[in-house]
Design a protein around this ligand. Structure first.
Ligand SMILES: [Zn+2]
Length: 174
């Protein structure tokens, strides 16, 4: 190969390489944006389904209890690390549910939700409920009675505690 042609060849090679690097950077940037978004918000908004069932609440498991203020356990690693808004929505929802049942002569220990819309109520009272179910708005709630805060925490020790800042933001600084 003559020198002039070799230079040209090399130059084209570098240009192609720059193009590859540029494409790679664009790709990484797009991938980063995609990864950082909340897949649950994108697919949720009333259309997200779990086992063919439409969900009304933002997906992700979350439990709320009261001990020196409001404490919240959540599945941060798998769901909420990308979605502060979804976390806040669910905290508000569960806090209202906690207040609702607390106003009904129940000693509420905690309330919670599973990844889907399944809801749970933990009370220290001994109840004789029909099939251990209660209703909140248009949700059916599984009731776990005759339990304590210690027992509840022992069963949920594997979950992650939500920062007080987020809880305060969700509950309007309270
Ligand atoms: Zn979300």
């Amino acid at each position: 190969m003559k020198q002039a042609r070799l230079d040209e060849y090399m130059e084209d090679g570098f240009k192609n390489m720059e193009k590859v690097v540029e494409d790679r950077e664009n790709y990484d940037e797009e991938k980063k944006n995609y990864d950082e978004g909340c897949i649950y918000c994108r697919s949720f908004n009333g259309v997200y389904t779990a086992m063919g069932k439409k969900l009304k609440l933002h997906p992700g498991s979350l439990f709320l209890f009261i001990e020196d203020g409001v404490g919240v356990y959540a599945d941060i690693d798998h769901v909420f690390h990308r979605c502060r808004e979804g976390l806040i929505q669910n905290i508000r929802f569960l806090y209202n549910m906690f207040k609702h049942f607390s106003s009904m002569d129940l000693k509420v220990v905690a309330v919670g939700k599973a990844f889907d819309d399944s809801l749970y109520l933990y009370v220290s009272n001994i109840l004789r409920l029909h099939q251990g179910r209660a209703v909140y708005r248009d949700f059916t709630v599984s009731v776990i009675d005759n339990t304590s805060l210690e027992e509840f925490k022992r069963r949920h020790y594997y979950m992650q505690i939500v920062d007080k800042d987020i809880v305060e933001e969700a509950l309007g600084g309270g």
